[in-house]
Design a protein around this ligand. Structure first.
Ligand code: ADP
Length: 300
């Protein structure tokens, strides 16, 4: 975190709007005294705002889609919060000021992980995953990173996964020239096998983008989730994503499995689940993730 000059980091119209919103929210006159740039995110401006001994978290951007993205993120956070299963920041407000869109959240003061951090987090995530729905998908579309994520409902997870997740990202990658059509044909072969490879399970409410960077530590030492891309899907998507960039410690998976056992051979399906975030990464960041995709396709 680096201290930064107030006006260069926070446009004037946005500062005024934020102060008005926080004054309404706290019931006290709020004037921002300090801002700190928060690093780690790859898409938006992220700031810690300090005022009157309190801290708040502000994300802002002025791209065409930012307003819709923040609205979707706010709905996702509220859905997770309403599940009462795990810690997520409170949404204070979302809106626009001039050409700037913003999302204002409770600031999570970084804590030290408790001794039972991973056990508690596993229990909480299992609790979230026990929230179910009659079909896969969601009542609104949202975003994965900065890419649109379609949540049209399906009765079958495999159909949802193939049509709303893999095919859409694949088409985007082929259209952008990031994936050759020969590789796209390999996906076609995989699609035909998916029903045999993936067992049926009830829909679970999932975080949807559960990599290490989206688990922060609350002041009481508990896990707190940020940046969701929620929908009712296979809980194996969250478990797989958690292993994509470094992974959580072994004890997390042991505790999760004790609480809400994953279906037999779950570890063998992790790479299939991760084809989705890998395709998203190809579309967002380029070809560096292609080899991993090719390796997975060769195995199925
Ligand atoms: P982006 O939308 O650009 O991906 P993030 O949501 O990842 O931005 O936020 C950037 C960084 O700010 C994160 O890496 C995280 O450490 C921190 N952060 C996010 N939300 C909060 C919050 N509510 N309280 C404290 N820190 C946060």
């Amino acid at each position: 975190m680096a201290k930064a000059n107030l006006t260069s980091m926070l446009p004037h119209s946005l500062k005024t709007e934020t102060e008005k919103t926080l004054t309404r929210y706290t019931g006290k006159k709020i004037e921002i005294e300090n801002i700190t740039v928060m690093h780690g995110g790859s898409i938006n401006h992220a700031l810690k705002l300090s005022a009157g001994g309190m801290s708040f978290f502000l994300k802002w951007n002025n791209t065409a889609a930012s307003s819709l993205m923040f609205e979707a993120e706010s709905r996702g956070i509220k859905l997770l919060r309403n599940s009462l299963s795990l810690n997520v920041p409170e949404v204070i407000a979302t809106g626009t000021a001039g050409e700037h869109a913003y999302l204002l959240l409770e600031f999570i003061q970084p804590g030290i992980p408790s001794e039972t951090f991973w056990e508690d987090f596993a229990v909480s995530l299992a609790g979230l995953h026990r929230h179910t729905a009659i079909s896969f998908g969601l009542d609104h579309d949202n975003y994965i990173g900065s890419l649109p994520q379609h949540n049209t409902r399906h009765d079958s997870w495999v159909d949802f996964f193939a049509e709303e997740r893999l095919e859409i990202q694949l088409r985007m990658a082929v259209d952008k020239g990031k994936i050759a059509s020969s590789l796209a044909r390999h996906f076609g072969t995989l699609f035909q096998k998916l029903h045999a490879l993936i067992p049926a399970e009830e829909p679970s409410l999932i975080h949807g983008d559960l990599w290490n960077g989206n688990v922060i530590v609350s002041p009481s030492g508990q896990g707190c989730l940020i940046d969701p891309a929620v929908y009712y899907g296979s809980r194996e998507m969250d478990i797989a994503m958690s292993r994509l960039f470094g992974g959580f410690p072994r004890e997390f998976y042991d505790h999760y499995n004790r609480c809400f056992p994953l279906l037999p051979c779950w570890e063998e399906r992790m790479d299939i689940c991760n084809l989705y975030p890998l395709l998203v990464h190809v579309n967002l960041f380029g070809g560096g993730y292609l080899q991993e995709i090719k390796n997975i396709l060769k195995r199925f």
